[in-house]
Design a protein around this ligand. Structure first.
Ligand code: CMC
Length: 428
């Protein structure tokens, strides 16, 4: 017999079913609590609230486990490509050769964006942050594909929206960068794979043929795979919440991009590079910054250390660290901030302050170093995160719609004034 949770309120007890996931995660289903007792539960930041059941990503922060559709992130990062992982996340199983080819071909056919979108892009000042442009242009896709607004899209229509978004996001992302440097945009080359095409649109000069480097493409594939989904979090839950009102895929993902833009969420990889550069400019004494991070009177924190859910290690950080070494060696890049990063990591991992608090390098500690080595400018780091997270957002939006989840509508505990009468202006 399955467990039942008993909640006693004002001397009366209420029985709530216990829900157990396939990895033995346990939850109390309190959905009937309010109608039965008048009580709601209060949980600011949703730290202990499951907003959904989901079959996409499993994460165990204590054990450092991350799996997409059951497959360990380590295996996917080593053996798979980003497009294959996107297929896995969105459709639930690894594709056959024919399915993967078909998915890639369909994406390749939709990489162009409507020329009118360039006029919207032209309207942005060159100082505009690429994340703002990305969010705005993804939302503007609804104007070019109004059928995406239908709340009762057929399977074929939903599929077309998904493929279009996967296809156009790299084009829009690269164009947002081109706008920031005042360069003409590059059009997609559909004979290239997903990552090579993105690098071509970012870096090709009109007068030269851009040669993609397999080391760079491999590193980019890995980084995007590692960011592809992370179960419920600020941006992903935003996508599900906006989508639960039957907003289109494009509007929902645009909202997710805005959520990711926040420095507490997607901005940490940029903060790591800025911190490492500041340490270098200060003479490179990493120990001094370790002491600053430990000083409770100093607001400084070691960026790229610590994680809300990973308390032993971040499995993504392990993979990325190895990849950073390989990429820098293969490209012959000697980045002095890599040495600072290594010193900092070693010093922190041997310091009781960090050991006791279980503060380990997270995914963002090394990702910025790789992005830098392959030429991605710092203001594009969060855009790269968005590009990687896209299949996760799509999969979560699709799952929410297919499960026919109800519109998201949290409750609150009101703590404002109780009823009072309107006071006429002259009496205030
Ligand atoms: N440097 C120094 N001390 C730290 C750090 C740090 N990076 N992170 C946590 N602490 C200390 C904190 O001061 C507190 O100490 P005490 O118990 O003495 O008060 C203790 O460790 C617990 O910290 P917390 O803030 O309660 O931990 P949290 O789980 O709420 O915060 C975190 C997690 C990621 C926000 C935090 O570790 C942090 O600010 N890290 C730096 C920013 C960063 O790298 N963010 C990227 C996260 S990975 C991206 C993703 O997966 O989305």
């Amino acid at each position: 017999m399955s467990d039942i949770a008993e909640i006693t309120l004002e001397g009366k007890s209420y029985q709530m079913p216990v829900v157990v996931g396939t990895e033995d995660e346990k939850a109390i289903d309190i959905s009937s609590l309010r109608s039965a007792s008048g009580y709601i539960t209060l949980d600011a930041g949703y730290k202990n609230t499951g907003a959904t059941t989901s079959a996409i990503t499993f994460l165990d922060g204590e054990k450092g486990i991350l799996r997409y559709r059951g497959y360990p992130i380590e295996q996917l990062a080593e053996k798979s490509s980003f497009i294959e992982v996107a297929y896995l996340l969105i459709y639930g199983s690894l594709p056959t050769t024919a399915e993967l080819q078909d998915f890639s071909d369909r994406i390749s056919r939709h990489t162009l964006v409507n020329e009118d979108m360039r006029k919207i892009l032209d309207g942005f000042p060159s100082a505009a942050h690429p994340m703002g442009i990305l969010s705005a242009l993804v939302s503007s896709l609804t104007a070019f594909y109004p059928e995406s607004l239908k709340s009762n899209q057929s399977d074929e229509e939903m599929e077309l929206s998904i493929v279009r978004l996967m296809a156009k996001m790299p084009t829009i992302a690269a164009w947002s960068y081109k706008n920031s440097v005042g360069h003409p945009v590059n059009y997609p080359k559909n004979n290239l794979d997903y990552c090579s095409n993105f690098m071509h649109m970012m870096f090709a000069y009109p007068t030269e043929t851009y040669e993609t480097n397999p080391v760079v493409v491999d590193a980019l594939n890995k980084l995007l795979i590692l960011h592809a989904d992370h179960e419920q979090n600020c941006s992903t839950s935003t996508v599900r919440l906006v989508g639960s009102a039957h907003a289109s895929l494009y509007s929902s993902v645009s909202a997710g991009i805005s959520a990711l833009w926040g420095p507490l969420h997607g901005g940490a990889n940029q903060a790591v590079i800025e911190m490492l550069e500041a340490i270098k400019a200060d003479g490179g004494d990493s120990k001094k910054f370790i002491e600053k991070a430990k000083d409770k009177n100093d607001p400084f924190r070691l960026m790229g250390f610590g994680h809300r859910v990973y308390k032993n290690f971040d499995p993504r950080a392990k993979i990325i660290k190895k990849s950073a070494d390989e990429v820098l060696a293969a490209l012959g890049v000697k980045d002095p901030i890599l040495n600072i990063a290594k010193e900092l990591e070693e010093a922190a991992l041997n310091d009781p302050y960090f050991v006791e608090r279980k503060l380990y390098p997270n995914v963002d500690f090394y990702s910025g170093i790789i992005y830098r080595a392959i030429g991605i400018p710092t203001n594009m780091f969060t855009v790269m995160f968005a590009l990687g997270r896209l299949p996760g957002w799509i999969a979560q939006w699709k799952e929410m719609r297919e499960n026919k989840e109800p519109i998201g509508r949290p409750r609150q505990v009101y703590v404002g004034e109780t009823e009072r009468n309107y006071i006429d202006m002259e009496k205030r």
